[in-house]
Design a protein around this ligand. Structure first.
Ligand code: GLA
Length: 395
């Protein structure tokens, strides 16, 4: 159980990381790199439909202390679990990864699998530390992939741009872990900026930083982690993706992105009810992302509450990826004076995000805890998230 509603000092290198590296590998690291987790403001399950998303990088990060070694082997360990996992660069073709190491070593595999020449790449030792909560819908996995991607890009002098690194992270997730996820999380982690969300068009892969102006508006973003664990290698996420592909095929378009709200009447006429509701979620959600961007520019964050709530209702009723714990968090947040709130991330557990007056953070936290307890749910972890800078070299 965790309740953090004051600012956390998560933006600096964790104490003990550099020393831990030196103890583990017998020599100090030559650098430290990091990448953040993300929350999604709006645009859920739209990325793999070639659609629009508006996530932001959060202030919890994953850190890599690293240095080149002379062995031709990439070795990763974590401060939470210092067993080393290693793969020889020459063996990346046949590599199989154990547990969490697939997210890290999977990036090396993905760089190789996407055709980058690693024949002269030296081995690398990495020690990882992270403050991103696991399984909370805050993309601890993309934070890890992106941190490793920027580390290897620098140490291997690959010269890849951030979108190429995001693609490598996504390929690691899809190919090494087997989670059929889109590219939103990696892009948020790599392209995030302080006090901005990232508008990503998944068709063109173009990005735009969208100012949030939270402080000026006296607003804060809160993540309410239901502590109901999700994993995207499980069936729910994949089945939603399949329903979207089925809907697109039936409507004769390559991706649901190619439909607009005006096409929904035809979709309703030709699709079965469940597929239609999946399609309606994606089509209306893409429209809500654009509305949110326009509303932020014209009227500021205080005006986007209705869009956040409509997104939640669509995920709950049409896409059916919410859980009672998250619905309760959203309802309670609204009763506590939030501007808007919604499930964030892939769903089937994880977190809600709420936008609220900064003065209400304490009140909302207490109400959310009390409401969960009344219903016999686990106590949610509530944390303020500050839209923050994306992946970087720290030292
Ligand atoms: C997970 C995936 C993303 C995206 C979201 C849903 O976070 O990793 O690619 O599909 O779910 O919006």
């Amino acid at each position: 159980m965790e309740s953090r509603h004051t600012s956390r000092h998560t933006m600096t290198i964790p104490p003990g990381l550099v020393e831990g590296f030196t103890t583990l590998y017998g020599t100090p690291p030559t650098g430290v790199w990091s990448a953040p987790g993300r929350a999604n403001l709006i645009g859920e399950h739209t990325d793999y439909n070639n659609g629009l998303v508006l996530p932001f990088a959060i202030d919890d990060r994953t850190w890599c202390a690293a240095r080149v070694n002379g062995t031709g082997v990439v070795s990763v360990a974590s401060t939470a679990q210092p067993t080393r996992h290693a793969v020889a660069i020459a063996d990346l073709d046949q590599a199989r990864f154990e547990g969490w190491s697939g997210y890290a070593l999977g990036v090396a595999w993905a760089l190789h699998a996407s055709g980058h020449d690693l024949s002269r790449a030296p081995g690398v030792d990495i020690l990882i530390d992270s403050t991103v909560p696991l399984g909370a819908g805050l993309s601890s996995s993309a934070a890890l992939e992106s941190a490793v991607a920027v580390t290897l890009n620098d140490l291997w002098e690959l010269g890849l741009d951030r979108m190429a690194l995001a693609k490598a992270g996504q390929l690691a997730e899809n190919g090494a872990i087997g989670a059929p996820t889109g590219i939103m999380d990696q892009v948020a982690s790599l392209f995030g900026q302080a006090d901005h969300a990232v508008l990503l068009d998944c068709a063109s892969l173009s990005t735009r930083a969208v100012p949030l102006s939270l402080e000026r508006s006296g607003l804060a973003l809160l993540v309410i982690d239901s502590t109901v664990k999700h994993a995207h290698a499980d069936g729910g996420y994949a089945s939603r993706r399949e329903a979207c592909e089925k809907g697109a095929r039936a409507m004769g378009v390559p991706f649901l992105r190619d439909l607009t709200v005006a096409d929904l009447a035809k979709a309703e006429a030709i699709l079965d009810d469940e597929t239609f509701r999946r399609v309606r979620h994606v089509v209306t959600e893409n429209a809500r992302v654009l509305d949110t961007v326009e509303t932020l520019a014209s009227s500021g964050p205080e005006a986007i509450g209705e869009l956040l709530l409509a997104s939640h209702a669509s995920m709950r009723d049409d896409f059916e990826i919410s859980v009672p714990e998250i619905d309760l968090a959203v309802e309670t947040a609204m009763e506590a004076g939030a501007v808007g709130a919604r499930l964030t991330g892939g769903g089937f557990g994880g977190s809600a995000v709420a936008l609220l007056p900064a003065t209400q953070v304490h009140n909302l936290t207490e109400l959310v805890h009390a409401a969960a307890s009344d219903r016999g749910f686990a106590t949610p972890a509530v944390l303020i998230v500050t839209p923050s800078e994306g992946a970087r070299r720290d030292q």
